[in-house]
Design a binder for this molecule. Sequence first.
Ligand code: AVI
Length: 302
Amino acid sequence: MTTDTGIALVERDEKGVDKAFRKDVLAGLGQAPKAIPARWFYDEEGSRLFERITQVGEYYPTRAETEILGSRGGDFAELIGPGRGVDFLRESAAALGAKFPGLPVHPVEADFMRRVSLPDAVAALPKLGFFPGSTIGNMVPRTAVDLLRSMRATLGADEGASPLLLIGMDLVKDSGVLESAYDDAEGVTAAFNMNLLTRINRELGGTIPADAFAHEARWNDDLARIEMHLVATRDVAFEVSGERFTMQRGETIHTENSHKFTPRTASLLLLAGGWTPLERWTDAKDQFSVLLARATDQREAP
Ligand code: AVI
């Protein structure tokens, strides 16, 4: 596996601590309200728990998106046309290679928030970006727009080609359904959220008492997003990397946003990021959407 720059993506100090993780956690615990970026959920255990989340009954997005992708293959093929290079996720590269032996797979490990240099093998092909799972919803709109613009640059929009983007975007729905999807009865999502504390304690020499925190998923209607929090169930004091923090009972660490979209807000976000929606599909229950968009030509904007 290579990075696009050939440089290791994780920078560690002399004790092997991931510097960016420490910086984000210390800054996030030091601010009011406290917040830690959701990307730090995904250590080995967090990734494993996320896989389990995608299988719990209440978490509908994966099933709904899979239904759309499975049933609309003919539509995609017609709209996308032949001969486009596909931008694969690293984890699925080996599985895809095994399942489709005739399909060349070129995994690239890179920070997708920046422009990525794609392998020479796909340089001359028109590109199709595939960004499933409604991961775009984990970013606040400003960051989501930055990412959409950087995808445009990565896929070669400024070099005469006309890239396409196939993107999963979860839909606004009944708040009870949403809150259950992020607080399943089995407690898998709670374990996923709480695992962040375990990771901080292990990797950053933390002394956070896990029994002083509870998982909470709340729908923020003004901002159209599910928020995950770790709520202090009592007054608590702890250290992380030698720094001391205190929290009062009821205070929270905000750990994730998962924005949900309406057809119009989904379109507007894509347009703001330089993509013109061409087609939109939903599952039979209208829970989730998949959109196909084309890089907007600069000349289309007045
Ligand atoms: C990865 N991402 C799209 C998931 C979501 O639904 O926002 C992460 C997740 N968090 C809790 N459950 C699932």
